[in-house]
Ligand binder design. Structure first.
Ligand code: URA
Length: 270
């Protein structure tokens, strides 16, 4: 690939995800080797979601401390999991040929998750679609292609991050996951997070965010704000499939991802 072609492709990525302006001004440049000397979250300290009165904040995440300790783990932690931590392989093996809910007989493949087992950035989607069910991998269809562009727009590759879904089997006709299906899969998702211990979780769409935070607030109300899941920064943004349907939403996703990029830079993970 010629250098000019690769620049053209990068610019196309940016246009695809809604970026309309790029600046060559030094003041707007961030280099990977420069660590911002101030906390990029200083103006956005852990805003708590507006919780509807009928919902109690049962997640420990909602009781977050606003103090953000600087961390030093690089993009992938070289530290081996301690004896009390499960590996992703162990969790996958425990899931086995899962028959815990009514989706089991309908699936072709369980879609457990893919990516780096010590990734600094983890994406959580909703449920596999037809392409994912076929291949046994998350986010490989059209929405997945847009997710790949989003990941590359913040200078990462798919193999640098960890990608999974709330539920691991495809619901028929791509309907929304039902309560019992989420209840069966949710413990596996929480164990995956505990195993990877990313610096940032990006929830793609309401179901992922509502499941992890145990809230009923809609994505539009709290996207773009730093939330907390068990000491891990959590950013909720629109699902790529929603962006394919409403392309102008890509602009907001990009705004959210810039915050993620800034925080990963702050903790030396990018
Ligand atoms: N949508 C999701 O939420 N997850 C996938 O894996 C694919 C599409």
């Amino acid at each position: 690939m010629s250098p000019s072609k690769s620049i053209k492709e990068i610019l196309e990525y940016f246009r695809e995800i809604g970026v309309s302006e790029l600046s060559a001004d030094r003041i707007h440049r961030h280099r990977g080797d420069v660590t911002p000397d101030t906390d990029p979250l200083r103006d956005t300290n852990l805003v708590l979601p507006q919780i509807s009165p009928d919902v109690q904040p049962t997640s420990p995440g909602l009781l977050a401390s606003p103090v953000i300790p600087p961390q030093t783990r690089s993009l992938f932690s070289p530290v081996q999991p301690s004896s009390r931590e499960e590996t992703l392989e162990e969790i996958r093996s425990d899931l086995g040929d899962c028959q815990r809910c009514k989706l089991a007989p309908l699936r072709k493949h369980i879609v457990f998750g893919t990516g780096h087992p010590r990734a600094a950035l983890m994406f959580v989607g909703e449920a596999p679609g037809a392409d994912e069910d076929e291949q046994g991998l998350p986010f490989v269809g059209r929405a997945g292609q847009l997710l790949t562009r989003i990941i590359e727009a913040i200078s990462l590759k798919r193999e640098d991050v960890y990608i999974c879904n709330v539920i691991k089997c495809r619901p028929p006709e791509n309907r929304a996951p039902e309560r019992d299906e989420i209840d069966s899969c949710e413990p596996f998702l929480r164990r995956q997070i505990e195993s990877v211990r990313p610096k940032v979780i990006v929830c793609l769409g309401s179901p992922a965010m509502q499941t992890l935070l145990k809230i009923k607030t809609g994505i539009t109300q709290i996207r773009g704000q730093w939330l907390d899941y068990d000491g891990i920064k959590l950013m909720a943004t629109f699902h790529p499939a929603y962006c394919l349907r409403w392309p102008d939403k890509k602009r907001e996703v990009w705004e959210d991802m810039k915050k993620v990029r800034e925080y990963l830079r702050f903790v030396n993970a990018l």
